[in-house]
Design a binder for this molecule. Structure first.
Ligand SMILES: Nc1ncnc2c1ncn2[C@@H]1O[C@H](COP(=O)(O)OP(=O)(O)OP(=O)(O)O)[C@@H](O)[C@H]1O
Ligand SMILES: [Mg+2]
Length: 334
């Protein structure tokens, strides 16, 4: 605790100042700020103090000295209606600051780890998809050709053998189809070859056939150019949103909008189901939603969930362009 007079000299100091400044109290009283503190700090203190005396306002500031951090609240003391003295108290917030920094660092690390896990998973999926498609696909095609050759060599009166080879050929065909399906489900090739818009179109097609829920897709005519990280993230967010629609919404329709402008990429998925409950949106157990948020956050963007009871749920994904990453986070992250 400190008191200073109108000339910004110390009049009274609590005992703690001896510890903070490492000098006996007798050496501290009646001194200018310049005598007590490093000159830069003293200058800004005096500037604050003069402002307090001039404007009669309370000031709260954080200051650093000798590697420690302090938080100070200072206010004027009025005499005959005029701010004449000033007083305040300072607390050492170094430990709190360190804890905050550590927490922030570990949060950052966790986020980076999560992102790394996602991308490793994505690479692995792409690799397995390729292997399944190429290796297994080729073997099956070879097998099919051999079997075809074999059946063409069979005498026509070997009805039962011919019947058997025919059903084997059919079995191979369905297996080839399953292999294709499996590999596209792991990592849709359209995403890498034709981009986000085409991949969303493909996913919508699959979704409609599988669930019978009707979808409307509004997207720009031209292709949307995006780097792979971004299109993968948005695509996976989209898939999770659709999965949630089937699992939780009871919806009969989904409207999907994809839009790109100079300052964002926007994806909206709106269903006409029962509407997500407010309490689920920030529930710590909503890991699917958290995963969607994390993917967007990693790209400097955000995902918003809105539910209206009985009307439906809207999921909005906003991703800033690469160069503008920092801005959106600061602007309005909620
Ligand atoms: N489109 C939606 N309509 C209605 N409720 C929804 C919708 N999407 C999500 N919810 C609600 O939000 C909750 C959290 O969703 P989240 O995706 O995080 O988890 P989940 O789908 O239950 O499990 P998973 O971790 O497998 O995704 C759901 O349990 C559901 O109650
Ligand atoms: Mg889910």
């Amino acid at each position: 605790v400190f008191f200073k007079d109108e000339n910004i000299k110390t009049i009274k100091l609590s005992k703690n100042y001896t510890e903070m400044l490492g000098r006996p109290i007798s050496e501290l009283l009646g001194k200018n700020m310049d005598d007590l503190f490093p000159s830069d700090l003293a200058k800004s203190m005096v500037a604050d103090d003069r402002r307090i005396l001039k404007e009669g306002k309370t000031v709260e500031i954080e200051e650093a000295m000798n590697g420690r951090f302090y938080s100070t609240i200072k206010f004027p003391i009025y005499r005959e209606g005029k701010p004449t003295y000033l007083a305040g108290f300072t607390i050492d917030i170094t430990e709190r600051k360190r804890a905050e920094d550590q927490l922030r660092d570990s949060e950052k690390q966790l986020r980076a780890l999560a992102a790394r896990l996602q991308s490793v998973r994505e690479e692995e999926r792409a690799m397995i998809a390729r292997e399944i498609h190429d290796e297994l696909g080729q073997v099956l095609t070879g097998l099919k050709m051999d079997l075809f050759w074999l059946s063409s060599k069979l005498p026509e009166d070997q009805k039962s053998l011919l019947g058997k080879t025919k059903s084997m050929l059919e079995l191979i065909d369905t297996t080839i189809q399953s292999v294709r399906k499996l590999s596209t489900e792991l990592r849709p090739g359209v995403l890498d070859n034709l981009g986000l818009k085409a991949a969303i179109e493909w996913q919508i097609g699959e979704f409609q056939t599988r669930t019978g829920i009707r979808c409307e897709f509004i997207a720009p005519e031209e292709d949307i150019a995006l780097d792979q990280d971004c299109s993968t993230a948005v695509f996976r967010i989209f898939q999770e949103a659709l999965t949630n629609v089937v699992r939780h919404s009871n919806a009969t329709r989904v409207n999907i909008t994809l839009e790109k402008s100079a300052d964002h990429l926007l994806l909206e998925v709106q269903d006409n189901g029962k509407g997500i409950e407010e309490s689920k949106i920030f529930d710590l157990e909503s890991l699917g939603l958290l995963g969607m948020r994390e993917r967007a956050l990693y790209l400097g963007g955000k995902v918003k969930f809105e539910g209206i009871q009985g009307k439906g749920t809207k999921v909005t994904v906003l991703i800033p362009p690469k160069g503008k990453m920092g801005e959106m986070e600061v602007r309005d992250y909620d």
